[in-house]
Design a protein around this ligand. Structure first.
Ligand code: CTP
Length: 402
């Protein structure tokens, strides 16, 4: 168990809640798993658990203040933030969650959090009504949107003797979450992954274009997931309103299918894996105007269209041994049949089929429901409706198994 924590640098942030007593066990388990742990505790945290216990178990002085009162020695939250492979705040009280969400840097734990470059895991613990308050929900939502991992509180008897959601997750479970994270974190190390995302837009004139409803969410989720598994990611993106957050993602912005093709051909040369998640416009205007077409004099009732190149098929034709090429097929009917046909026509190794007939799947949603099709000899794999992040993880696992 927990073999992936060996040698990892972990900041254990402890805030002032009853559940702080459980952090002692968490610290012990982390040390047992071979991690190096630096405890950072808030002033309130020290009311619940003594630094003596924590420093004895971690083998390091506990950090709580910005500097030591005796010696004036300055504790650098910046250095700590850079040292860590992960930061875990457990327990995280409503107040600390609010401070983290809003950058209220009034103690060493919060400044360390704000300086941390490593992934952050937050295990809330509070009374049920505080947990259910819209303020807490909103702050946790904010933290999630920063890319932090929330280790959901469990339900059960609380310190108040009331029963409900608010118990800090058990230390064993928290260690499991971290272990899984580090196991996954290296699964694509040393690999170069190219991903296309979003729509392409094809200019009619300087004002108008032909486009589609793609928002890029699936492609960006794949890029985030691949980067968090250690891959070097090149994300060739059409115009979208979202941004890539995880370090390790190089975004190449393009507008049209022709631009996307050029960027992809370049990036594919030294990629190990290419995932084509973009909704490429099938056609473009044959003669885009360089001035705005006037409705009255010229009219735009007829736009001559010509076919765009098939980028996935172009890469499929160039694919070398060892390169893996994965496509998507968004279908409205005969999804599996059409997907299978695209798999062979484009010389793909796997295709992700989703159907607009499924509720929660397709453009703009945060969820997706996919079936993976492989080349001859491997049965299709169907997954239930999941968040696009979870779908991205399933897709990458499948690619690793090719
Ligand atoms: N694709 C591509 N270049 C295109 C069209 C599609 O790279 N010009 C890629 C998509 O990114 C996707 C796969 O090919 O991975 C299938 O896209 P889809 O639009 O479903 O297929 P088409 O070949 O365009 O077929 P149709 O529109 O007839 O369903």
């Amino acid at each position: 168990m927990s073999a992936n924590l060996k040698g990892k640098h972990i900041i254990l942030g402890i805030t002032g809640g009853i559940a702080a007593y459980k952090s002692v066990m968490l610290l012990r388990l982390l040390i047992k798993a071979g991690a190096e742990v630096q405890v950072v505790i808030t002033p309130n945290g020290k009311e619940f658990i003594t630094p003596v216990t924590l420093s004895a178990l971690s083998g390091k002085p506990v950090v709580s203040e910005f500097f030591s009162a005796n010696t004036g020695e300055w504790h650098s939250h910046v250095d700590l933030g850079l040292w860590a492979d992960a930061m875990v705040v457990a327990p995280a009280t409503a107040s600390s969650i609010a401070k983290m969400a809003n950058g209220v840097a009034d103690n060493m734990l919060i400044t360390t959090y704000l300086s941390a470059k490593a992934p952050v895991f937050i295990a809330p613990a509070m009374d049920l009504d505080m947990m259910a308050h819209p303020s807490t929900t909103r702050n946790l939502e904010l933290l999630r949107s920063y890319g932090n991992h929330i280790i959901e509180a469990a339900s059960g008897e609380l310190a108040s003797h009331l029963t409900g959601k608010g118990r800090m997750e058990e230390p064993e479970k928290i260690v499991e979450v971290l272990d899984r994270f580090f196991a996954k974190g290296s699964s694509l190390r040393g690999k170069r992954v190219m991903i296309t995302a979003g729509p392409t837009i094809e200019r009619i004139d300087p004002v108008r274009y032909i486009g589609n409803f793609s928002t890029g969410k699936m492609g960006y989720a794949l890029a985030e997931e691949a980067a968090s598994r250690g891959a070097e990611v090149i994300l060739v993106s059409g115009p979208v309103a979202i941004e890539a957050r995880t370090p390790g993602i190089k975004v190449v912005k393009v507008e049209s299918a022709l631009e996307m093709l050029a960027a992809c051909k370049e990036a594919f040369k030294d990629s190990d894996i290419a995932i084509m998640a973009a909704a490429v416009a099938d056609y473009r205007p044959a003669n885009p105007h360089d001035h705005k077409i006037k409705r009255e004099h010229e009219g735009i009732d007829n736009i001559e269209l010509i076919k765009n190149p098939d980028i996935a098929a172009a890469l499929g034709a160039e694919k070398r041994d060892g390169q893996k090429l994965v496509g998507f097929a968004l279908e409205t009917d005969h999804a599996l049949e059409n997907g299978g046909e695209k798999l062979s026509r484009k010389n793909l190794d796997m295709i992700v089929v989703n159907s607009l007939a499924d509720k929660g799947a397709g453009f703009g949603t945060d969820t997706n429901k996919v079936t993976l099709l492989f080349r001859e000899g491997r049965a299709p794999e169907s997954f239930p409706l999941k968040s696009k992040t979870a779908v991205a993880s399933d897709i990458l696992e499948a690619i690793l198994s090719l």
